[in-house]
Ligand binder design. Structure first.
Ligand SMILES: C[S@@+](CC[C@H](N)C(=O)[O-])C[C@H]1O[C@@H](n2cnc3c(N)ncnc32)[C@H](O)[C@@H]1O
Length: 243
């Protein structure tokens, strides 16, 4: 049995998350450029880029940007896009084939906390930091744990084209676990699981600092609004210390 994240991020991902599309990514990149004061000269890496939707928004704005992901099914979609073809690399997030040359590293839409052992999540974070040049920025966009704890939808059922999608969610200790069943028009069922580590702001701040990041700050949205208990996202930004 392979790891949950190998099964979950395949051909069904776009059916499960249709709202995570090119136009939302374009809007988010526009907002992040403003919040982070990016000039257009930065070299950017999007770790866990999926279909390359943020990457293509960056390349469209003439950034020298690259993306990496483990899922060949999602990277195939990225490689079909003229803007991102040739700018994507199939790689595991704990072991990336780059040097410390990036001005900005993105890890967007809950692409962190996948490993069951905290030491492995830390290894992923350290790898992201290792690829930044001194003074570079890490931007990690994760679920806001406070908001999820208050507003978790325990169960729902939706029709997505020919697919009926049933989702059951629970929080167990530090993790949110989602059991997904997709039933096709002919009645065959596919089951997937998502299992993501949740973090409080203090905890992620400590992890950032331990990994060599300073000036750690939080936002509650891509627009740069403050992190509050009821914001859906927890966007953490840290600056790599100069050696
Ligand atoms: C929630 S998706 C987000 C994708 C993209 N950032 C977006 O906003 O559309 C998480 C991504 O992480 C990738 N991923 C999961 N485990 C990984 C691993 N161990 N190494 C590298 N990428 C991984 C998945 O293939 C998937 O594309």
């Amino acid at each position: 049995m392979s790891e949950w994240y190998i099964q979950a991020f395949g051909e069904f991902y776009p059916i499960l998350y249709p709202h995570r599309d090119d136009s939302s990514a374009d809007r988010e990149i526009k907002q992040l450029i403003k919040v982070l004061n990016l000039t257009g000269d930065e070299q950017i890496l999007d770790i866990c880029c999926g279909t390359g939707r943020h990457l293509s928004a960056l390349v469209a704005r003439s950034f020298n940007a690259w993306g990496t992901d483990l899922s060949m099914a999602l990277l195939k979609k990225a490689s079909n896009h003229p803007a991102t073809a040739g700018r994507i690399i199939n790689a595991e997030m704990r072991s990336l084939p780059f040097k410390s040359c990036f001005d900005v590293v993105f890890n967007l839409f809950t692409s962190f906390g996948y490993f069951l052992e905290d030491s492995q999540n830390m290894a992923a974070l350290k790898e992201m930091v290792a690829l930044l040049r001194p003074g570079g920025l890490l931007v990690l966009d994760h679920i806001n744990r406070y908001n999820l704890q208050r507003n978790l939808i325990k169960e729902n059922q939706q029709q997505r084209g020919e697919w009926e999608v049933l989702q059951k969610r629970r929080i167990e200790k530090n993790r949110v676990i989602k059991e997904i069943t997709l039933i096709s028009g002919d009645g065959s069922a596919t089951c997937l699981t998502e299992n993501v580590r949740l973090f409080y702001p203090d905890e992620i701040k400590r992890l950032f600092q331990t990994s060599g990041l300073k000036d750690v700050r939080f936002f509650g949205s891509f627009k740069g609004t403050p992190l509050k208990k009821n914001t859906e996202r927890m966007i953490t930004v840290g600056t790599k210390e100069k050696e």
